[in-house]
Ligand binder design. Structure first.
Ligand SMILES: [Zn+2]
Length: 472
């Protein structure tokens, strides 16, 4: 970086190829982005004018809004990749009814720090942490501490712990969420870069009255709600119809997955202003059904995207975008009326970039702050290096981001105007300590697991195949 008079409150990103995801700004081949006090103050064609700011030379780089992941069980970062060959039933046995109970609060904290830093490194600047392994208040405090320590813009989705998630049961949602709101959020919904949300079980996981009580609790606390629905065969139990019949649908709910919802249920979501989160990698791997992207779009809902679990897939949104577009195009192309591609391409690269950014901001209630590179929004910006074999010559920036994008291209990341990654490296100095803590916590977790009857067969290396439970 260079600058005339360096002012930490002013940063100029100079000469970026801008993909703004703001329809009024569009794509600008060479743009200057001025940041003042953490906010985007001006977007203009690139110029050589001297300016009193810290300058980031972005020639040869693509600027995109930071990605927004609307659903990640970040606590599973410690057990990453152990479930890559598991079905949904095996996942329930091995993790939800197996390893989850063995987490100590300090494990949750390091898992969240590790997972959030993984996200930041990959250009995810906003993460909805779908936190549903919080058996004690200390676990919740650890989860929040990990998120806060990472510097990410985090949405902490409080989802309780194993007692709540035994299926089926009628245990009410843990009232620790009230303590968390009081102690960590001053009785409101935000504190610094963190926002509090409510990760509800919904009708698939609880009988009707409990599901209703949970949602009413979230609304009493003023929290947005996120809920799994329509995942796999048991998602055919019409959960959204149940909610609607009880007067509980609304524009404060993000419906995660949606694969096996009926067409009528998708219309209910659209008519009530709900948002959606598609996790195409995990859905296609675990057997949730075809990702609902195209059916959601037909119903008038533009979905956000999510990672879901790093125990099964990678934690970057490049993969999420590519799987989403590939599977939907495969479905579209398989329709007989589209033989030989006569109907053209329905889902375009620009669409999935919008899903991974702006639609995520809308689904987390943060679109006034993030999701696009727009004047007045917070400077959550990612610069992607294009001076690479896989992106030279740069003929179509939007297509390159979707089809050749990967974590290795993420050169610079700003969150709220702070530079958290520069020249391809996270700026925090203690990464080795974080990695060592995470590995030690993983070692101790598996040592404890092997001493328990239910998880005695837990092994690293892919050999562990838990028996599958029926989720229905
Ligand atoms: Zn999930």
């Amino acid at each position: 970086m260079s600058g005339t008079t360096v002012s930490p409150d002013r940063i100029l990103i100079r000469g970026a190829h801008l993909i703004s995801v703001d329809p009024l700004v569009g794509e600008v081949p060479s743009a200057d982005i001025l940041i003042e006090d953490g906010k985007i103050a001006r977007i203009s064609p690139c110029s050589d004018d001297a300016i009193d700011a810290e300058v980031i030379d972005a020639a040869g780089k693509i600027a995109i809004p930071g990605f927004v992941d609307t659903h990640r069980h970040t606590w599973q970062s410690l057990v990453r990749h152990i479930a890559t060959d598991w079905t949904l039933g095996q996942y329930f046995t091995g993790i939800h009814f197996g390893l989850s109970a063995l987490y100590r609060p300090e494990d949750t904290e390091i898992a969240n720090l590790l997972g959030a830093l993984e996200a930041v490194n990959a250009g995810v600047t906003t993460l909805l942490d779908w936190s549903h392994n919080l058996e004690t208040p200390a676990h919740a405090d650890g989860a929040i501490a990990g998120l806060r320590d990472s510097g990410i813009r985090g949405v902490f989705g409080h989802g309780g712990g194993a007692t709540m998630w035994a299926v089926p049961n009628a245990v009410p949602h843990s009232l620790d969420v009230e303590r968390i709101q009081r102690e960590h959020f001053g009785g409101g919904t935000t504190n610094g870069l963190l926002t509090l949300a409510f990760a509800a079980r919904g009708p698939q996981f609880t009988p009707g009255q409990t599901a209703s009580d949970d949602i009413l609790l979230a609304r009493r606390l003023g929290l947005r709600i996120t809920m799994h629905v329509g995942d796999g065969e048991w998602g055919r139990s019409r959960p959204v119809e149940v909610l609607h019949a009880n007067g509980l649908t609304g524009d404060d709910i993000t419906y995660v997955h949606c694969n096996t919802l009926s067409g009528e249920e998708l219309m209910i979501i659209a008519d009530t202003g709900g948002t959606a989160s598609v996790a195409a990698d995990v859905e296609s791997q675990m057997g949730h059904g075809w990702p609902a992207t195209g059916r959601l779009l037909e119903a008038g809902i533009r979905p956000s995207l999510s990672i879901d679990v790093c125990s099964s897939t990678s934690g970057d949104m490049f993969g999420a975008m590519k799987t989403t577009i590939s599977l939907q195009r495969a479905l579209d192309n398989s329709r007989t009326e589209n033989a030989d591609g006569r109907a053209g391409v329905a889902l375009e690269c620009a669409d999935v970039i919008e899903f991974a950014t702006l639609r995520g901001a809308i689904a987390t209630g943060l679109a006034h702050e993030v999701g696009s590179i727009s004047v007045g929004k917070a400077a959550d910006i990612v610069l992607l290096d294009t001076h690479r074999l896989e992106t030279t010559p740069l003929n179509n920036a939007v297509g390159a981001v979707v089809y050749s994008g990967h974590v290795g291209l993420v050169d610079t990341v700003l969150i709220d105007g702070r530079i958290v990654k520069l020249d391809g490296r996270l700026t925090r100095p203690d990464l080795e300590t974080v990695l060592a803590r995470a590995t030690r916590a993983r070692d101790e977790l598996f040592e404890r697991a092997q001493r328990q009857e239910a998880t005695a067969s837990a092994r690293l290396g892919g050999a562990w195949k838990p028996a599958a439970v029926s989720a229905s």
